[in-house]
Design a protein around this ligand. Structure first.
Ligand code: SF4
Length: 370
């Protein structure tokens, strides 16, 4: 398959590994931002191919891992109301809430939770069932935000007053700034996620590399994509240059996707955002603009959410024993967590990073357990 097999070709991988070993002379801690990159690294054991002084850290880019546990309590409360349906992607179903179990268990108790593969399915469902309130769980990073924005835009255009969005949208650059604010644990370089940059474009990451004073390579998700990104940031580190290299130009363009950016700007505005276990990061998320406020489920259903109207005031850890925040910030490798593979497994998770298909703990458990 063109654009896939050539990036998994063993001879290309061997050449990249040899070049990395040849040019790398000093210790380097490189954080891959996205959970998809983490799973690719673990699946192909790419970290084991690198020199011992080059360490890969696993970053915060797992959407369901950073969604506040209290947000899920709110979603379960809404889904438990009569004549109300919550729609969600499947990866959120088994993520533990703060106090109400998970959406899957709520569904077993009778809550109307439906899995969708596109937000626009929620739109069609709302059109067919005007007697029900449809609430879509709009979470994720820049990758999911355009489709969620389109949902609100279309609901407004079609006058669907029975549809709303419970929004917990995150932005990547502000959390990288937060990570770099602690020089004692900040990585030396980042591998930015290609699917995020396909929306935003590579240009903003050039400015971000200079601001953070760290190299950034934008990568895809095949083995050669990631190793090429590692090679690029190592070259920049060796040369002492804080610049961005787009190692995924077959997908990422300098200005990104103009149509996606236009719909994002029409529907959403930048706002403070609560991150699970990390607290509130200023201007790190997206909220519906006031013009789309009538589609805000947090406002429409605020009255039933009596025990915590502000996610930041709630316990956003699933378990106080789960050090997920340290995993998300790259301070702790998943298999160094004392509960990894013992008290905490995908069947019996203590925290979101063990549940999510993009979680670092799940990646280690699936590919590195033995
Ligand atoms: S292994 Fe489990 S308890 Fe440990 S950080 Fe990961 S999710 Fe939390």
């Amino acid at each position: 398959m063109r654009h896939l097999t050539e990036y998994s070709d063993p001879s290309a991988i061997r050449a990249l590994v040899a070049e990395i070993a040849r040019i790398s002379t000093r210790p380097a801690r490189i954080m891959e931002v996205c959970g998809g990159q983490t799973h690719a690294i673990m699946r192909h054991a790419l970290d084991t191919l690198l020199p011992a002084h080059v360490q890969l850290l696993h970053g915060p880019g797992c959407p369901v891992c950073v969604t506040p546990a209290a947000y899920l309590d709110h979603a379960i409360d809404i889904a438990s109301r009569p004549d109300t349906v919550v729609t969600t992607f499947g990866d959120l179903l088994r993520v533990p809430s703060a106090s109400r179990g998970d959406l899957f268990a709520a569904k077993a108790r009778g809550a109307d939770v439906r899995m969708v593969t596109s937000p626009l399915q929620a739109l069609e469902f709302a059109a067919k069932h005007p007697d029900k309130q449809i609430v879509h769980l709009a979470i994720g990073f820049e990758t999911t935000a355009p489709a969620n924005a389109m949902l609100a835009y279309m609901a407004n255009a079609r006058g669907l007053a029975n549809l709303s969005l419970l929004v917990s949208q995150f932005l990547v650059p502000p959390i990288l700034r937060a990570i770099c604010a602690d020089p004692s644990t900040a990585p030396d370089a980042f591998l930015a996620a290609g699917h995020v940059c396909a929306i935003t474009g590579s240009d903003p990451y050039q400015a971000l590399a200079r601001e953070l004073n760290r190299p950034i390579a934008i990568t895809g998700f095949e083995p050669a994509d990631i190793l090429l990104g590692v090679l690029d940031v190592l070259k920049l580190l060796e040369a002492g240059r804080a610049e961005m290299i787009n190692a995924y130009p077959r997908i990422v363009h300098p200005q990104g996707n103009p149509e996606a950016l236009r719909i994002l700007d029409t529907v959403f505005e930048v706002a403070d955002r609560e991150w699970r276990g990390l607290g509130t990061v200023p201007m790190s998320g997206l909220d519906l603009r006031p013009e789309y406020g009538e589609f805000d489920a947090a406002r429409r259903f605020s009255g039933i959410y009596s025990y915590c109207n502000n996610y930041s005031n709630c316990n956003n850890y699933t378990s106080s024993d789960c050090p997920a925040a340290d995993v998300l910030l790259g301070k702790l490798q998943p298999n160094d967590c004392p509960h990894f593979g013992t008290r905490c497994t995908p069947d019996s998770p203590l925290g979101a990073p063990m549940v999510s298909p993009e979680g670092a703990c799940a990646a280690f458990f699936l590919h590195r357990r033995r």
